[in-house]
Ligand binder design. Structure first.
Ligand code: ZN
Length: 306
């Protein structure tokens, strides 16, 4: 099996994970958990989002969280933004990296925004300009590039058209986000190989939800064709508001544990991540979707049998 020697993981639990939780965590608690995420060794962290507080109440204090964290050398702290107003909030609180998102489902986009996905991306041009003027790095995400509840399998031409729209407005860091949990490994391998070959100027992130238990296999399939940047969420926190029964992102500790066992470096300490997940489990008062949290590490078993 062809695997990369190392991968880069972005911890998204405090954003993608937490935004679907009913329990609103106090700012102090979020800051402390994020410091724990930094201490565990994640090189990239999605801290929160600058959505309207009414739409996503859990993220209302993202500005404050950024201010309290300040700059952390060697760690990229990013936030999800919906539009130009998000850039202004990023400027005001010292956030240096933002991410936009568009749905690859044409029907979803037309129904919600009355625009095609490409028109949505064209509309991001003002965000790119404002970000560049203010020294803020900007990236883009495509949700449901593998499949959506509206259309089923997403046509590759649709994904290409959105990637081209992103490149045209000056965004070349692109995340393929399987928020609906419909991707399967052979499709992931094919799409990842295709986009890398067709758009060598772009850099890629993969974001898999474990809704149907396929996220880990999808990560391995992406790794096999040379992808090296993945989002994950400690404790497997999360869901998706418009996909009933959606599970969270693949759990960080499960990904790190697999990488450790396969000899793929992550730079993240799985034991520290497991401690964060236990803490989150206590704070939210419900079980989390993480195999390693339940069963412990494989290496913990060795010598335990006599
Ligand atoms: Zn997600």
């Amino acid at each position: 099996m062809k695997l990369p020697s190392s991968v880069t993981l972005c911890e998204v639990g405090l954003r993608d994970g937490l935004q679907n939780e009913k329990t609103i965590l106090p700012t102090d608690e979020k800051v402390e958990l994020l410091r724990g995420v930094v201490d565990a060794g994640f090189p990239v962290i999605e801290v929160g989002s600058f959505m309207h507080p009414k739409a996503v109440p859990q993220m209302a204090d993202t500005d404050e969280v950024f201010k309290r964290l300040g700059d952390i050398p060697g760690v990229e702290l990013r936030a999800l933004i919906p539009n130009l107003r998000g850039i202004q909030r990023a400027i005001d609180c010292g956030c240096k990296k933002v991410k936009l998102n568009v749905s690859a489902s044409r029907q979803h986009n037309l129904k919600n925004l009355n625009m095609t996905p490409e028109q949505s991306v064209e509309g991001f041009a003002s965000c790119v300009e404002a970000a560049k003027e203010n020294g803020i790095a900007i990236s883009g995400s495509i949700s449901m590039p593998f499949g959506s509840p509206w259309e089923g399998r997403t046509p590759v031409e649709d994904v290409d058209a959105i990637i081209e729209a992103y490149l045209k407005v000056g965004i070349s860091e692109i995340s393929l986000s399987d928020t609906s949990g419909m991707a399967v490994p052979n499709q992931v391998g094919e799409l990842c190989a295709h986009v890398q070959e067709k758009y060598p100027e772009a850099t890629w992130w993969l974001h898999f939800h474990n809704t149907r238990g396929m996220a880990m296999a999808n990560i391995v399939a992406a790794m096999e064709v040379g992808m090296t940047q993945f989002d994950s969420s400690f404790g497997g926190l999360g869901g998706c508001p418009f996909v009933p029964g959606a599970a969270g992102n693949i759990s960080s500790e499960d990904v790190i544990h697999m990488c450790d066992e396969m000899g793929v470096k992550t730079g993240v300490d799985v034991v520290k991540v497991m401690a964060l997940s236990r803490r989150m489990r206590d704070l939210l008062d419900h079980n989390l979707d993480s195999y390693v949290l339940r069963a412990g590490r494989s290496s913990d078993l060795i010598g335990s049998k006599s």
